[in-house]
Design a protein around this ligand. Sequence first.
Ligand code: HEM
Length: 316
Amino acid sequence: MQRLEVKLPKVKNTYAGYLGLQQLLSAQQLQTGSDDELLFIIIHQQHELWFKLAIHELGCAIASLMKKGAHEADCIIAFKRLSRVGAIQHILISSWDVMATLTPDEFFLFRETVGRDGASGFQSVQYRILEYKLGLKYRFLAFQLPDGKTQTVDVFDNAQDDDEKGRLRDALAAPAIYDAVISYMARALPKFGIANPRAGDYSRKYRKNTAVFKAWSYVYRNRTSAPELYQLGEKLIDLEDAFRKWRFAHLATVSRVIGGNPGTGGSSGIKYLRAAASRLFEDPIYPELWDVRSEMFSRPLQFDLAAAGYGGEAGE
Ligand code: HEM
């Protein structure tokens, strides 16, 4: 059993002290007399806390899979970490039921005050880091303005300080969970000659790859030959599916709370969010895992690799 370093505090270890409850419970600073603002703050704060844990768990899963000589046991440990991320995502999805109890007339009373300087979830640094860990890599983000024009923002500009900017930069440059899974798969199934299309520069957008697709197709058609990869593939689908559901639940809640009004972050509001949510289907995070589904139901010659966007890279 691994021995852990222990850091004992100088003061008595009480429940409130250990959990930092004084800081935590005094971090809800209402800016209006509205009885509904506390709900708004707490839902956002719980998101940020769960984002923090999900980012940590993804980091552990990535480290397990990218460990030198990682084998089946490391894969199973990574799987366990990813299951925890999935459970967190489900809490966040169901938290929209609480947010949706905020009615437009209630929000109207404090929205203008809290959003007066353009504050919006759009500026959440941890949300971007979570996307980076899941595998959505980009630095500049185009969004639609209320007049239909498009504006591009540098997401690093949302960092509060250099430390936060550094965390964004590191997460963008580091391997995401899909990179780690591909690196494990390349070793577990050498016959496919897999080379991660993003290796060398993990900050790039992932492009689908023929060798990776063929390896997943093999795993799904022969699930007893690499059961740990089969499980991992389905776990990644769970994560991406939950990520989409969170985005759609956000969109649905925004629609019922502010209707067709622009966002406090400057976008066109639901128009922008709807376009962003449907892009998640057009351009998936783990494209080969979705293409395997299309291929599974077409007779062998009907799945056209070229038409599905696969080029002539190695592994064909
Ligand atoms: C009544 C509650 C909410 C409303 C009306 C709302 C509204 C919006 C709108 C209109 C946008 C588009 C950007 C803008 O112009 O501001 C946005 C983006 C965003 N919101 Fe919310 N939101 C709500 C709750 C939340 C909560 C609880 C979170 C959790 C952290 C959140 C996270 C985000 C994120 C991460 C984005 C950026 C999405 C992207 O990159 O496309 N929102 N929100």
